[in-house]
Write a protein that binds this ligand. Structure first.
Ligand code: LLP
Length: 454
């Protein structure tokens, strides 16, 4: 690849290998049994150039050369295709509707801008996400503000910005909003539907003891109270039962549960559809998820109601790949460790939820022996993949970990002084930096300690 610019983080790759993948393929459609299975977990349109991985028309190892590692690569074409698939799919089934992207899945101004351009609404949880969404120029009337602990200042920011919908989680939200708002504000009440989900406990939110939302009796009482409010316009109800859900049935049960609270103009049915991280994961397709939601809505909700949904993970996870460089290969007692230049500083999914990931050497895709991929951080739990087949990993090689688009960069941190990685967008025209890598100056920049006496 021609590499002409000296500034590696701002370098734009030429689209030397134009992508030819169909934009809206489902996982089953894009399965090509001649390719190693790991390619199926890469963004749609990923392919091989010889034995080398190509993502969004770019050689993965050349992206690593140009932008450094670790780096989160997002296939912009795949992301926009998913946004449209969601929006068109929902509109076809329920015209009075809006897809609202759960921005916590990858909060980065460039991604907010893409979602705004695709005419999606934006779910913002707190002041930081609100600031990024506004900076991206997205339309605040389509924002939905969430949070179980929204502060006065965050609510004031939202009201000032003209956020269309505030989701009330608790009675303190009501007290604050009535005190802070000077004009009518549209609100939804978040309801606990008492629906169990087969996901990790830390990301299940539909059960009776959830910290999010109000129990049905409390919600009922609040509905009565809000009917008399001159500031807060109760538009409807919100429900979100959890994340990485691989079965559609609980989504329908949640719709049925909130229908018991009466008829409203708006129902926000949250997010939660799972992504395909491993060969054994078979999440429902976006279409079957939308079929389930809209069939339940047809059964239980008023036909004139406006439906909102808030996908996060299922929108973006499968459009992302993280590139690392191998720093060390070392034989242990029972396994061989491949240590890379990232780890739990940029991917907490493994440590927090035991999520399994798949990976490949970027320039030797498929096959190989079993290795344990570990990170660079000072604890044994910093393991990215317990056992994965890799072909001849060696120091300096690039490792590509699939399906890291959602929640990895979101929860990136500075453990051991790690610098949070950049986000690189790839599309047929080339690759561009969306978020630069953190620098050591950034780490020092927040230091408020007085300088030592000279
Ligand atoms: N709506 C609300 C109100 C939410 O709280 C969430 C996610 C979503 C929508 C989007 O859900 P999704 O479609 O992404 O499943 N840190 C965890 C994920 C927590 C999800 C939090 N809420 C992780 O890394 O897996």
């Amino acid at each position: 690849m021609a590499c002409s610019s000296g500034d590696r983080d701002n370098f734009v790759l030429s689209g030397a290998t134009p992508r030819t993948g169909k934009a809206c393929m489902t996982i089953d459609e894009r399965t090509d049994h001649r390719l190693p299975p790991v390619v199926d977990l890469m963004p749609p349109g990923a392919r091989l150039d010889g034995e080398r991985l190509v993502i969004g028309g770019q050689l993965a190892s050349e992206l690593a050369d140009s932008f450094g590692t670790p780096a989160l690569i997002i296939d912009e074409v795949a992301l926009r295709a998913r946004a449209r698939r969601y929006a068109d799919g929902l509109a076809a089934r329920w015209p009075n509707s809006q897809v609202v992207w759960a921005s916590k899945s990858l909060p980065c101004t460039a991604i907010y801008r893409i979602m705004g351009e695709e005419a999606l609404g934006i779910d913002v949880a707190g002041g930081g996400e609100l600031v990024m969404a506004l900076a991206a120029g997205a339309d605040p009337s389509r924002f939905v503000l969430h949070g179980n602990a929204k502060t006065d200042s965050e609510l004031a920011m939202a009201l000032e910005a003209g956020v269309g919908t505030v989701v009330i989680d608790n009675l303190d939200d009501v007290e604050r909003l009535e005190r802070l708002s000077s004009r009518e504000q549209g609100v939804l009440i978040r309801v606990i539907p008492d629906v169990a989900t087969a996901t990790h406990d830390a990301i299940a939110t539909g059960h009776q003891n959830s910290k999010f939302g109000l129990l049905i009796p409390e919600a009922r009482a609040l509905i009565e109270r809000l009917r008399g409010s001159d500031r807060l316009r109760l538009d409807g109800l919100h429900v979100h039962i959890g994340s990485q859900i691989l079965d559609v049935a609980p989504f329908a049960r949640a719709v049925e549960a909130i229908a018991a609270l009466g008829e409203f103009e708006v129902y926000d049915l949250g997010g939660g559809l799972g992504a395909r991280y491993t060969y054994d994961d078979h999440p429902p397709s976006i279409e079957s998820y939308l079929d389930t939601l809209t069939e339940a809505a047809r059964r239980f909700l008023p036909s004139s109601a406006r439906l909102l949904i808030e996908p996060g993970r299922s929108m973006i996870a499968e459009t992302g790949v993280t590139l690392y460089r191998v720093v060390s290969v070392k034989r242990g007692a029972t396994r061989t460790f491949v240590a890379v230049d990232g780890g739990m500083g940029d991917n907490l999914e493994v440590s927090l939820y035991g999520q399994r990931f798949e990976a490949t050497m970027a320039d030797r895709v498929g096959g190989g022996e079993s290795y344990t991929v570990v990170g660079r951080h000072c604890e044994s739990g910093d393991q990215l993949i317990e056992s994965v087949a890799l072909r001849d990993p060696a120091v300096g090689d690039v490792l590509a970990v699939a399906v890291t688009g959602a929640y990895c960069l979101t929860m990136a941190n500075n453990y051991n002084g790690a610098l949070r990685p950049p986000i690189v967008l790839v599309a047929a025209e080339g690759a561009r930096l969306a978020l630069r890598r953190e620098t050591y100056e950034d780490l020092l920049g927040r230091d408020a300690a007085p300088p030592p006496p000279s």
